[in-house]
Design a protein around this ligand. Structure first.
Ligand code: DSN
Length: 416
């Protein structure tokens, strides 16, 4: 991508893009929900498909001239079905939040009871946070992780479900490093006649790459963003059993959204084709190997990893509990040396969300750059050096230079 037209027409914005390119190239991206898309995905997002309005679905549109857009959307749907083995797929959700809103509205009425993992325990805003539509409109019954193991305790989920009889059970997370027992969730839901909804936004790439078990065979509805481990454009999809297809489609459009973003849906089709290739399985396997190695190395250096390790692409590090540095301070000092992470609550955190005890780290982006186990040792070392020397600017400058020298050895797709 050389952005030559932007350079001519809008030098101010061109400079901003070049600045961000430099940040991405010279830094280490450890935000668990981020990744680098391929140049083919970038091209589709920048294509003339953005010029079209196509409210409706393939073959049933509210605008003329959609016979070609229909082919692109159908391609995305068919590839997603093949990738996940789903009966029905809606590829139009603009992002994870809108996708989840559509799922609630397809299956429930405002005021209905929903069981979800709370945000401060690793869940997601849309799983019932009081400031989110989910917590405002629905009666949310939270479940938590076990205080000792810091893992979801399925016996506890069953106990709450049987007592509360929610209309829907959500399984999914944005900051949880262990696997979920999809089959058991379904068995519990069946005992009370509840709908099952899995939000696999973080791990859908690991599922598509056949590294983790899938909820798709068991669950009524499964949503995922397309830009995290799945390595596609910013957006989302909803998968469901055929019996929910019409309700889901109506909830997405006209329920929640207007016109779909056809250029983004085309980019989703490309990302799904990439994920169907054997090399994507190798990539996703390496993401997990790298995460386990990074967690082990940080652990050796005295950092407490929540639940003792990871089975997926991410880990929560209790920096306050193990090093006396808050999540906010750790995020800031790491940012100063070019390492991007996000502060995060740890389970049963005594601190506040804006300055919690933990940071969340993930390996999808670094693995896309070709990093393997030995590089994770270097990354753990750089993180530790920055945190240990957080009050010594000269040492931090040295770490920053080391981050740049190291990062530049690993190319970022789309950046020369
Ligand atoms: N913002 C995403 C994440 O970082 O996990 C979830 O929506």
């Amino acid at each position: 991508m050389n952005y030559s037209n932007i350079q001519k027409q809008d030098p101010v914005l061109y400079e901003i893009i070049k600045e961000e390119e430099k940040r991405q190239k010279q830094g280490l991206e450890l935000i668990a929900s981020e990744n680098y898309v391929s140049e083919a995905v970038l091209e589709a997002m920048g294509s003339i498909l953005t010029n079209k309005y196509s409210e409706g679905y393939p073959g049933k549109r509210y605008y003329g001239g959609n016979e070609i857009i229909d082919k692109a959307e159908t391609l995305a749907i068919d590839r997603a079905k093949e990738l996940f083995g789903a009966e029905h797929v809606n590829v139009q959700p603009l992002s994870g939040g809108p996708a989840n809103i559509a799922v609630y509205f397809a299956l429930l009425q405002p005021g209905d009871k929903v069981l979800g993992l709370s945000l401060d325990q690793g869940g997601h805003l849309t799983h019932g946070h009081p400031m989110n539509f989910s917590g405002k409109l629905f009666n949310i019954i939270p479940y938590t992780v076990n205080k000792e193991t810091e893992e979801v305790d399925m016996d506890e989920v069953e106990r709450i479900a049987l007592a509360e009889k929610p209309k829907m059970i959500i399984a999914g997370f944005s900051a949880y490093s262990r696997t979920l027992d999809w089959k058991r969730f379904k068995e519990i839901a069946d005992k009370i006649g509840a709908y099952t909804f899995a939000d696999i936004a973080h791990i859908s790439g690991l599922i598509a790459g056949k590294q983790l078990d899938s909820p798709v065979p068991y669950f009524d509805v499964v949503s995922t963003t397309t830009h995290k481990t799945l390595r596609g454009p910013r957006g989302a999809i909803i998968m469901c059993k055929e019996q929910f297809a019409s309700a889901i489609d109506k909830a997405v459009f006209p329920g929640v959204q207007g016109g779909p973003h056809d250029h983004i849906n085309a980019a989703k089709a490309i990302a799904f084709a990439e994920a169907l290739k054997p090399e994507y399985q190798t990539y996703t396997k390496q993401i997990i190997i790298n995460a386990k190695r990074l967690a082990a190395k940080l652990s050796e250096k005295g950092y407490r990893i929540v639940s003792g390790g990871t089975d997926n692409h991410l880990m929560l590090v209790d920096v306050f509990g193990s090093k006396g540095v808050t999540g906010k301070e750790a995020e800031k000092v790491l940012e100063q040396v070019g390492i991007s992470v996000n502060k995060n609550m740890v389970p049963y955190d005594q601190r506040k969300p804006m300055d919690p005890s933990g940071i969340r780290l993930g390996t999808p982006a670094l693995t896309t750059r070709g990093m393997q186990e030995v590089e994770m040792d270097v990354v753990a070392d750089l993180i530790d050096r920055a945190i240990a020397n957080r009050n010594d600017q000269a040492k931090l400058d040295e770490v920053k230079q080391a981050v740049i020298d190291f990062s530049l050895k690993f190319p970022v797709p789309g950046i020369a």
